[in-house]
Design a protein around this ligand. Structure first.
Ligand code: UT7
Length: 335
């Protein structure tokens, strides 16, 4: 059995900054409300006419990660791509990365676990490396939310939260069994699927039926979130996922050098920080600048924290996520 470790990181966000003040011109909201309830000050939204899509942004982040890993495109053995906003309904975005990056005809797997997408993807990649099947796996999380949000008063409870962006990691074989991914812990509870969802288009509500109904009040193709319900579950499940990871490795909360929570809401991150008694320098948040970028959020935050020198050799790094499904999980890493 081998271990796997992250050898390269990269992220890309669109240039276009949308502040809370900008949102007040589109819908009935305020900077005070958004900052107080979510911590978000601004987010990036792709401008109309831009070449950027989830796959294009994913490819941009991937090029950085591959170079930083000291690899070339031909060293990549497999692609795992997490997104809820793929360029096409099918095929998934993984094959587009293969084409855009001009990779060999390696396998490409799409992961649909929304906010937990990066944690699930990393866990899957880890298993492939542990068994010796692959040496270097490209793991990407990317979201193009802004194209699918309801930017009217009706959507304000959801739309103000989400941002666009992408992150990429290279997971590589590591001969040192004490380093790299120590364990991962994945969970789901499908009975809450409808609390955070986009219903259409789906086989039950397919495009011709939507068009035929010509119903302007149909909101089924916009994201729906029962915010307070999701929030209450998030704080519990984030904590459970972290505890599962700590226990599996006989670690205490005080052993955590860096916790990178999925950037769902700054209040959720602060709740978790307090629960585990962590100092500000033990938790990394960037939701203030980027909003919630779903499958991209952890990897963008991890890349940024690493770039700022906040993650050092031998550090215990904890990644934790919760989101639609519900799905949640954690990954424990010794850097
Ligand atoms: O990433 C995946 C997981 N996602 C999460 O974990 C998100 C979890 N949920 C949340 O982060 C929060 O529930 C929200 C930020 C979405 C909402 O915050 P909240 O404190 O739960 O607010 P609320 O939904 O209870 O709404 C409070 C009030 C309502 O008005 P009334 O009924 O009290 O008059 C809303 O209509 O705030 C109103 N409201 C807004 N006001 C101004 C909702 N959205 C907005 C808005 N601007 N954008």
């Amino acid at each position: 059995m081998y271990n796997s470790k992250i050898t390269g990181l990269g992220y890309y966000v669109p240039d276009n900054i949308v502040t809370n003040a900008d949102l007040t011109k589109m819908m009935d909201t305020s900077d005070e409300w958004i900052q107080e309830r979510t911590g978000i000050q601004e987010r990036r939204w792709i401008v109309e006419g831009s070449e950027d899509t989830s796959s294009v942004m994913g490819a941009k982040a991937s090029r950085i990660a591959i170079e930083r890993a000291g690899l070339t495109k031909d060293d990549i053995d497999f692609i795992i791509f997490a997104t809820l906003s793929p360029d096409y309904y099918f095929p998934g975005g993984g094959v587009q990365l293969q084409e855009m990056l001009d990779l060999k005809t390696v396998g490409a797997l799409d992961v649909r676990n929304q906010c937990s997408g990066f944690v699930y993807s990393l866990s899957v990649a880890d298993q492939f490396i542990k068994t010796g099947m692959y040496k270097n796996i490209l793991v990407v999380g990317a979201e193009f939310h802004s194209g699918g949000l309801d930017k009217t008063d009706r959507g304000r409870g959801v739309t103000v939260i989400f941002g666009d962006g992408a992150g990429a990691a290279i997971l590589s074989r590591c001969e040192d069994n004490n380093k790299g991914i120590l364990s991962s812990h994945l969970f789901s509870e499908g009975k809450h699927a409808q609390e955070l969802t986009v219903i259409s288009p789906s086989i039950k509500h397919w495009v011709p039926a939507i068009l035929a109904a010509n119903d302007e009040s149909d909101e089924s193709y916009f994201p729906y979130m029962n915010g307070t319900f999701v929030f209450k579950h998030a704080v519990v499940r984030f904590s459970e996922a972290i505890v599962a990871g700590l226990q599996a490795n006989s670690l205490q909360a005080s052993d955590i050098n860096m916790l990178i929570p999925h950037q769902a809401n700054l209040r959720i991150s602060q709740f978790v920080q307090k629960k585990f008694g962590l100092r500000d320098d033990q938790v990394y948040n960037n939701i203030m600048k980027y909003g919630n970028t779903t499958a991209a959020s952890i990897i963008i935050a991890l890349s940024e924290a690493w770039e700022k020198g906040k993650i050092k050799d031998n550090d215990i790094v904890v990644l934790a996520a919760f989101g639609s499904g519900f799905t949640w999980g954690s990954v424990i890493i010794r850097w």
